[in-house]
Design a protein around this ligand. Structure first.
Ligand code: PHE
Length: 481
């Protein structure tokens, strides 16, 4: 089996060029129904795919609103510190776990545990990670549907109606009306999920590699234009002060936990996405460099999104802690009075939709890869079943925004509970377990396969995984209980 060939190559440390691995994958075939070679060809593809996974609604939608709800500067600082101290090493670890096994997350933990003589229950960490990505996608697709709806209404001129007096109560009215309508929510999230399915089912190279290679650069371009405009028309100084002047009196234990959870969420950690993508990464890409590059792009986009949204929030007197609707309520205000606002507004929401799509692909891939490898199903069948079941589960989120809009779980609606549970409980637990696994179970030999022989990254990586990350995360979790 090709993955075993590849793993043997890698673990014997003889090295294997990406072209060789691709060729192997093509010629020997994997298993029934799998027709695509599963190692990416382009040198930049992995970075783009991983950055595409990392950069998403977490950066553009969630980061600004949770920064707003948690008091700004101090929260942002803590979030950045978590990315640097734990996020980047964990990202490297997950990519390495994927690449050195060339397997789905469940089997990757299983095979590494077997190789290193660790307890066989470690594979459950992979299972938890796959379930996490599945659950996230069930609500992610609904929020991505909001972006698609906003794209539709801005392209059709709803934000540029001269007869309409344009203020925050008008834009919040549009947002509330959308949430109150299950039909609209279902239509737009179904379109989004269908597109994710279409790309994932086309395969790792034909579908994912080709699409991501043009989606990511176009998204970065649009974001750059938006921040320029928002800085010019909005209250940029107030935004900078809000985001970068830490006021530690506003920091609570809960906001530290949210910052930690979000640092995992935004880097797509503990959700099997990076392990699965890592399994398609050519052997000649450097893992530490890639992890830094991906985190760098991710931070840049989150801060840019904050700097695009908060100038408007302050200029129009919106509440920074307005919650999930923050960007959907604030941004249309500038699209209304900016030149070419209709074009620009639609381009912006289209960009959000692209960012969401590249993340959703990576949220669907772990389950699909697991089904393919576990049951020997074709990619089509695995992707179709994943999509159909997700569609049903996503109805829970849709209805929790209107018909079932009541607290069912620790005072939270189903949507809020799923969001909180996945990012702050499952991801934190998964990241903690991954750190312990890497720190205590992996041997020098495996670390050298990940980072290269004699790499200076190994000692600091080991220290972080063994002591720093577990101690910190465990203390925080205990404190919160
Ligand atoms: N990182 C993505 C975002 O910020 C979300 C995501 C989480 C994607 C987990 C894949 C896995 O939007």
């Amino acid at each position: 089996m090709v993955f075993q060939d590849a793993t043997a190559f890698i673990f014997n440390n003889k090295g294997m060029s990406s072209s060789m691995s691709t060729k192997n994958a093509t010629t020997s075939g994997w298993k029934a129904g799998d027709r695509s070679p599963k190692i990416w060809k382009g040198k930049l593809t992995f970075i783009m795919a991983a950055a595409g996974s990392a950069v998403g609604l977490g950066n553009l939608w969630k980061f600004p609103y949770i920064a707003g709800e948690n008091g700004g500067g101090a929260f942002v600082l803590v979030y950045l510190a978590f990315i640097l101290c734990f996020g980047i090493p964990l990202l490297a670890a997950e990519i390495g776990i994927g690449r050195s096994t060339r397997k789905n997350a469940y089997s990757a933990f299983d095979s590494l545990a077997e190789k290193t003589g660790a307890n066989k229950h470690w594979k459950k960490v992979g299972g938890l990670a796959i379930s996490t990505s599945y659950l996230i996608l069930s609500f992610y697709t609904v929020v991505a549907g909001w972006c698609l709806y906003y794209f539709y209404i801005s392209a059709t001129g709803r934000f540029n109606d001269p007869a309409q007096s344009f203020d925050k109560s008008f834009t919040s009215g549009i947002f509330e009306a959308l949430l109150a309508s299950p039909i609209s929510l279902i239509i737009f999230s179904t379109i989004f999920l269908g597109m994710t399915y279409a790309i994932v089912t086309s395969g790792v190279v034909k579908g994912i590699e080709k699409t991501i290679n043009w989606l990511m650069p176009s998204m970065m371009l649009m974001l750059t234009v938006l921040i320029g405009y928002s800085a010019a028309v909005g209250d940029f100084d107030a935004a900078v002060e809000f985001l970068f002047m830490p006021d530690f009196s506003k920091l609570t234990l809960d906001s530290i936990i949210i910052a930690l959870g979000h640092s995992f969420f935004t880097l797509s950690l503990a959700s099997a996405a990076m392990i699965t993508y890592g399994s398609y990464m050519p052997t000649d890409n450097s893992i530490p460099k890639t992890a830094f590059a991906v985190a760098g792009v991710d931070i840049l986009v989150a801060l840019t999104a904050g700097l695009a949204i908060f100038p408007l929030v302050f200029k129009y007197g919106l509440e920074p802690g307005a919650g999930p609707g923050l960007m959907f309520i604030s941004l249309p205000l500038i699209f209304n009075d900016m030149p070419y606002g209709q074009l620009f507004g639609s381009a912006f929401f289209f960009m959000m939709f692209i960012a969401a799509l590249t993340s959703a692909i990576s949220l669907m891939e772990p389950t699909v890869a697991w089904l393919e490898q576990r049951f020997n199903w074709t990619r089509n069948k695995s992707a179709a079943l994943t999509t159909l079941s997700l569609w049903v589960v996503s109805l829970g989120t849709v209805l929790s925004l209107n018909e079932w809009d009541s607290p069912i779980f620790f005072g939270k609606t189903l949507f809020d509970a799923l969001d909180y549970l996945t990012a702050n409980v499952f991801m934190t637990a998964g990241a903690l377990a991954t750190a312990i696994f890497c720190g205590f179970c992996l041997k020098q030999e495996q670390l050298e396969v990940m980072f290269g022989k004699g790499s200076l990254a190994i000692p600091s990586f080991k220290f972080t995984m063994r002591y720093l990350a577990p101690l910190f995360v465990a203390t925080l979790t205990l404190a919160s209980i």
